[in-house]
Write a protein that binds this ligand. Structure first.
Ligand SMILES: *Cc1c(COP(=O)(O)O)cnc(C)c1O
Length: 387
């Protein structure tokens, strides 16, 4: 079984656990995104900064020319600081605070993705107070179910996100009477870790129907934003180190009918950064239970919460040992029974001190770390710094 290649010698001097970011893989991924999206007229990719806001990572993504997708004022601040042009910043979220809206207005961001009429009214008022016109897109809930984990579907009628499709004309009409609002687009986001292109195809059909309806009312919008959600292969990080960007962009190019001059915007998070990150953790103890062996490591769900929160699978490798495989439960030190990274997985025979790599952890890893149990936050270390 092949393992990832890691600079083990350089790892030895680091405080564990830490995130290791392979920036070569990130740059290769960004090149592929630019190449595949660039084949289609009017495609614009924004990086969903909530997946990983490490400044060293943001700098690489900004250099590749991607825009940014923010879901909080803090994220707007982080991407402005990282040098993303505000003309490429979109800002979504069901509960935007006044200071966050003001921050977006002060920075003249590309677009607010608006999720309700009360929010639209507040943006109009705050923009008026500044003598500005806010550019907004309405986030519509397309009632398209993504075939992914229930906690990460967002496009069903029962979810808290977005405005119901039947209200689309009503909200556009209301906005047309607001002096400090300019409606520039429609926004959608159906969920995350989506591998079935059929789900995106279903979204395209829905967008086409809505655009036909707009056309009947002689409404034309500058852009459509279809959100993110493209998934990666968590099972085979070595064999499949990159999401299928070609299939993804080609699906939209062939299925979504853009109107003349319209641009199509994407908000990719996970697919950009997940594969390039690994959580590196040290084996503290091998404990022989009555029926199984536990590999107790120094990382816990405070460092990577996805397995505990979403029952997510991450491939784990013992990068310090080539000895024969054995089955282990890999568990952390936190006082909760959900602090388990994997049950009954095969690892090369493990000893105290061995380093394990928990793979595909570059998205929703470091950024979701917490200080529960008064634990230190894990650091993010890049390949550029080590080699
Ligand atoms: C989380 C989120 C994204 C990114 O989702 P990924 O699955 O990481 O690609 C994009 N847009 C919005 C509005 C989001 O909330």
């Amino acid at each position: 079984m092949s393992k990832g290649s890691f600079p083990i010698k350089e790892f030895e001097g680091q405080r564990t656990p830490f995130y290791y970011y392979d920036l070569d893989l990130l740059r290769e991924t960004l090149d592929t995104i630019n190449r595949e999206a660039g084949k289609h007229e009017g495609f614009h990719v924004h990086y969903a900064i909530k997946a990983n806001a490490n400044p060293k990572v943001l700098r690489v993504i900004r250099k590749a020319g991607l825009g940014a997708d923010c879901v909080s004022g803090g994220e707007i601040e982080a991407c402005v600081k990282a040098g993303f042009p505000s003309s490429k910043i979109v800002y979504a979220g069901v509960g935007k605070c006044d200071w966050e809206i003001n921050l977006g207005l002060d920075n003249d961001i590309f677009c607010f993705n608006v999720e309700s009429i009360p929010e639209l009214e507040v943006i109009n008022e705050l923009a008026a107070a500044k003598g500005k016109v806010a550019r907004v897109a309405f986030r519509l809930n397309p009632n398209v179910g993504a075939h992914t984990h229930a906690n990460i579907t967002t496009g069903l009628a029962e979810n808290k996100f977005g405005i119901a499709m039947r209200d689309m004309l009503k909200v556009i009409e209301e906005a047309s009477h607001m002096a400090n609002i300019k409606v520039v687009g429609l926004h959608f986001h159906i969920g995350s870790q989506i591998l079935d292109m059929g789900d995106f195809h279903a979204l395209c059909n829905r967008v086409n129907e809505l655009q036909d309806e707009l056309e009947r009312h002689r409404i034309q919008l500058e852009h459509i934003n279809v959100g993110g959600g493209l998934g990666i292969d968590y099972q085979h990080p070595n064999r499949v180190p990159m999401a299928d960007f070609k299939a993804y962009f080609d699906t939209y190019a062939s299925r979504l009918k853009l109107r003349p001059g319209q641009t199509l915007h994407f908000e990719l998070g996970r697919a950009v950064v997940a594969p390039m990150g690994s959580l590196i953790t040290r084996t503290l103890y091998i404990k022989e239970g009555s029926t199984k062996k536990f590999c107790i490591v120094d990382a816990g769900f405070t460092d990577l919460i996805r397995p505990a929160l979403y029952q997510a699978y991450h491939k784990i490798e013992n990068i310090s040992s080539d000895e024969p495989m054995e089955a282990y439960d890999v568990v952390g030190p936190i006082c909760e029974s959900t602090d388990v990274f994997a049950k009954q997985i095969d690892l090369n025979h493990a000893h105290r001190g061995d380093l394990l790599a928990i793979r595909s952890a570059g998205a929703y890893g470091e950024i979701m770390a917490s200080g529960y149990n008064c634990r230190q936050l894990p650091q993010g270390i890049t390949s550029d710094e080590l080699t």
